[in-house]
Design a protein around this ligand. Structure first.
Ligand code: SAM
Ligand code: SF4
Ligand code: SF4
Length: 341
């Protein structure tokens, strides 16, 4: 199937599947509250329902799936879903983003089920900073989880680090050294004003330019590497050969090449991280719609897509968090941990 272009010619290639909105951490930049309004369990799609949608998305050109959440490892029997996905040859890339806390327990089963690639989020090498940021004492488990991923044979390991001014911007060089030592590639992410980031402030964002300045000061000249696909990270190389990425969603948004869409655990489909409305695919599934009807619905939405959320936010004269806590409580689908990062 040739890829379906949206109104700006962007194909639908990349599906982020959130398998749960629950999380075992409370990262300040994502889930700053202790209590949340969770999706009702009965609304969460079964693996069969999820696969039916995935198979329809594949007919429209999706060839990359990333499992996310919330924390995807909190979803019971996740390797069963991974195995189902791995049996679809049209999915040339099957990845997962995890906070790593439960990886020691699950890495091997995920690998055996056929997961291709793993990204672990790690913002700091300091246990106290981790505790302050995530409000949980699990730093050692994340580091051990990364080790377990290596042992399980995940060779294309990535580590994602959200950089926040005054919190971990003094650790960039150390984090790069750590990533190199475990054979992973690090990607620094600019702190984004997504739903859930209610404490976001522009002066807490460490820009791509500032990160490069800090790294050049510690490592000397940095070479920018050519882009090879629509992945959000720009890649760079240090003089010693270490490569790393920067995802500069705030200061240099990349909406022009965005081929990503997100499906929440309860079957809402969003065509942008910042979209305030989505398409209720669960209602279609459970209402008895045929594959053809669901496919046409997705096709109509994608061909009409004009989203460029991060670019629009970058143009705002006074930039504030996307939504206050009260709005998020009314519509948890606006939350990053529900929508899937
Ligand atoms: N729980 C898993 C994890 O943390 O890896 C997967 C879901 S999490 C929402 C996916 C990614 O979104 C993580 O790498 C996280 O750091 C990132 N993220 C969450 N809030 C963010 C924010 N305000 N700015 C930038 N990245 C954010
Ligand atoms: Fe942190 Fe990921 Fe959980 Fe958000 S979903 S609180 S980023 S671990
Ligand atoms: Fe894609 Fe929306 Fe992110 Fe832009 S803001 S890159 S359109 S998801």
């Amino acid at each position: 199937m040739p890829p379906v272009p949206d109104r700006f010619g962007r194909p639908l290639r990349n599906l982020r599947l959130s398998v749960t909105d629950r999380c075992n951490l409370r990262c300040q930049y994502c889930m700053p509250e202790e209590e949340y309004v969770w999706l009702p369990k009965s609304n969460v799609l079964t693996f069969e329902e999820t696969m039916r949608l995935v198979d329809i998305f594949v007919t429209l050109g999706v060839d990359k799936v990333r499992l996310t959440g919330g924390e995807p490892l909190l979803r019971a029997e996740l390797p069963v879903l991974v195995r189902m996905l791995a049996q679809r040859p049209a999915l040339r890339d099957l990845a997962m983003t995890s906070n790593g806390v439960l990886l020691r327990e699950h890495a091997r089963a995920l690998r055996e089920a056929g997961l291709h690639r793993l990204t672990v989020s790690l913002d700091t090498l300091d246990a106290e900073t981790f505790k302050m940021l995530s409000r949980r004492p699990d730093h050692h488990r994340v580091l051990d989880g990364i080790q377990a991923a290596r042992e399980a044979g995940f060779e294309e390991l990535k580590i994602d680090t959200v950089v926040i001014a005054g919190v971990n911007d003094g650790e960039l060089a150390a984090l790069l050294g750590y990533a190199r030592s475990v054979g992973a590639e690090l990607r620094f992410i600019e702190y984004m004003d997504v739903g859930g980031a209610t404490h976001w402030r522009l002066d807490r964002v460490v820009s791509r330019a500032r990160m490069l300045e800090l790294l050049a000061a510690s490592h000397g000249p940095i070479t920018e590497l050519p882009r090879t696909d629509s992945a959000p990270a720009e890649r760079f190389r240090l003089g010693d050969g270490t490569t790393f990425g920067i995802i500069s969603s705030v200061t240099q948004p990349f909406c022009a090449t965005c081929d990503r869409a997100r499906l929440t655990a309860d079957g809402m489909w969003y065509t942008c991280l910042y979209a305030t409305t989505g398409t209720d695919l669960r209602a279609l599934l459970r209402g008895g719609a045929s594959d053809a009807v669901i496919r046409q619905t997705i096709l109509d939405v994608w061909t009409g897509r004009t989203d460029r959320g991060a670019e629009e936010r970058a143009a705002m004269p006074l930039r504030m968090p996307m939504a206050p806590v009260s709005t998020l409580r009314q519509d948890p689908h606006l939350e990053m941990h529900t929508r899937g990062g």
